[in-house]
Design a protein around this ligand. Structure first.
Ligand SMILES: NC(=O)c1ccc[n+]([C@@H]2O[C@H](COP(=O)([O-])OP(=O)(O)OC[C@H]3O[C@@H](n4cnc5c(N)ncnc54)[C@H](O)[C@@H]3O)[C@@H](O)[C@H]2O)c1
Length: 444
């Protein structure tokens, strides 16, 4: 078939199926008419590391300060919580005792940005103490904690929001818009492959993420983003998964090892050597807080205790009979992903190169090909801000009352559960060498 590549900036207007992408973005801009009379939402943060102090601290207050009042900060590391207070230039009280913080500061909402495997403690206790919860992904790391969260939500009548920022990036929203338009028919299967490079991918192996008991492994910590995107794009839920995984590069595979990059005798020959002290913010946030808990942000990627996989593949089946072939690799030369939706009337593809050592034109466009038809290129303008503009738009969605949600981007606890369950099932699938049904883990 001859390829006819055309610009599709006018895609949806021409198709007449939905508002144009730019119009959609205007629709989703923050509602500026938020009443000054309206009471601010009282917010407390637990977990004042990178995400808590940045995305949900400084950036939230800068953007949503007219709607949000920060009332308390909590972290198990007393030095980090004090640093966060300074960094945010605030007078709010700081705590290492969560219960005390909630009782004294009486927040309406608690933002949970602790280590993944500890989220459930704060989500559950926070709701029991009368607060709604805004939690970072993954909602939690295993099925028992997941059940406990869902039960507490039901019992207390409080609400859990899970902050899936990936849904909000302009490219992913455009793909959602195209799929919703029905132009290429029903989705039949999905090819989805995610590449974590030797910079970002390696970084997971320096931090607490390298331990399955803290992150649930990358099947949960990282893949929950991807599984959530697919659930959202397909408007379906996963039913079964068959997975493989191996640790090929990091951990025991290394030719040498140390505890941290600082002081490493192999620093001159290690490709992964990284000097955290070149980053003044990280030095304050992590290095200067080490004496309180011993946590080192620049751990050696070859430490023997790495117990997660760096090479993962799976087949996943969904409630609407769609099947997905999925993989994540954590030591690729470039960062990005490839996704394709094979549909009854055509194929929708996106090849994203977020970071790469060379420059290839048109690597971030969306391709829409109709069966017996032509290929069209859809160029989507990247938005400013973290995660392709997703972080900003997510904050708007979470804290702006009455925010329109035409693409169903807001995510509740069920979405939070459905994003982690395939990864939890993948772990069982690898450990037990069999296909695992989601219904074996939880019945919701
Ligand atoms: N949506 C995204 O794109 C995105 C990006 C980065 C991180 N995250 C999520 O944000 C959360 C925080 O990640 P981060 O990168 O800020 O990590 P981090 O290591 O910088 O911060 C984690 C903080 O939690 C604290 N902590 C650990 N255990 C605790 C406990 N039991 N009680 C209270 N505090 C505890 C640590 O002292 C630290 O300050 C994680 O759940 C992570 O998955 C999401």
């Amino acid at each position: 078939m001859k390829e006819n590549v055309t610009s599709r900036r006018d895609f949806l207007t021409t198709a007449g199926k939905a508002a144009a992408v730019t119009t959609a973005y205007t629709m989703l801009n923050p509602i500026k008419s938020f009443s000054q009379q309206q009471k601010k939402i009282k917010v407390a943060i637990v977990g004042t590391g990178s995400r808590g102090s940045g995305m949900w601290g400084k950036e939230l207050l800068a953007e949503q300060g007219d709607k949000v009042e920060l009332v308390g900060l909590c972290d198990i590391n007393p030095l980090r919580v004090e640093f966060c207070k300074k960094y945010l230039d605030t007078n709010v009280p700081t705590y290492t005792d969560f219960e005390k913080m909630v009782k004294e500061t009486k927040p309406d909402r608690i933002i949970v940005t602790t280590v993944d495997a500890t989220h459930h403690q704060y989500i559950i206790r926070g709701m029991e103490l009368g607060c709604d919860i805004v939690t970072e992904k993954p909602m939690t790391t295993d099925e028992e904690k997941c059940k406990a969260i869902l039960e507490t939500e039901k019992k207390t009548g409080k609400k859990v929001t899970v902050t899936f920022n990936y849904r909000y990036s302009p490219h992913r929203q455009t793909m959602k818009e195209i799929l919703m338009s029905g132009e290429i028919g029903e989705i039949v299967s999905v090819d989805f492959h995610w590449y974590l490079d030797i910079i970002h991918g390696a970084d997971y192996f320096r931090r607490w993420h390298r331990l399955r008991e803290k992150s649930g492994s990358l099947w949960v910590h990282k893949a929950s983003h991807h599984f959530d995107l697919v659930n959202w794009w397909l408007e379906a839920e996963p039913t079964e998964i068959s997975a493989f995984g191996k640790l090929n590069k990091y951990g025991k595979n290394g030719p040498f090892r140390s505890k941290t990059c600082r002081g490493c005798p192999y620093k001159d020959k290690c490709d992964f050597y990284w000097d955290i002290t070149n980053n003044p913010h990280y030095t304050k946030l992590y290095v200067e807080c080490e004496k309180a808990d011993g946590y080192t942000r620049d751990g050696c990627v070859f430490r023997e205790d790495v117990n997660i996989w760096d090479t993962m593949t799976a087949n996943v089946k969904y409630t609407n009979d769609v099947v997905m072939s999925y993989s994540v690799n954590a030591f690729t030369p470039y960062e990005g992903y490839r996704i394709a939706f094979n549909c009854s009337k055509g194929r929708l593809e996106h090849w994203n190169h977020e970071r790469q050592p060379w420059v290839v034109p048109a690597q971030d466009d969306i391709r829409l090909t109709k069966n017996f038809g032509t290929t069209e290129i859809i160029t989507v303008k990247a938005a400013e801000g973290g995660h392709g503009g997703g972080d900003t738009r997510l904050r708007d969605m979470v804290f702006t009352p009455g925010m329109p949600d035409p693409y169903k981007q807001a995510a509740d606890s069920r979405a939070g559960a459905m994003a982690i369950l395939p990864g939890i099932a993948a772990r069982y699938s690898i450990d037990e060498n069999r296909t695992v049904k989601i219904s074996e883990l939880i019945n919701i």
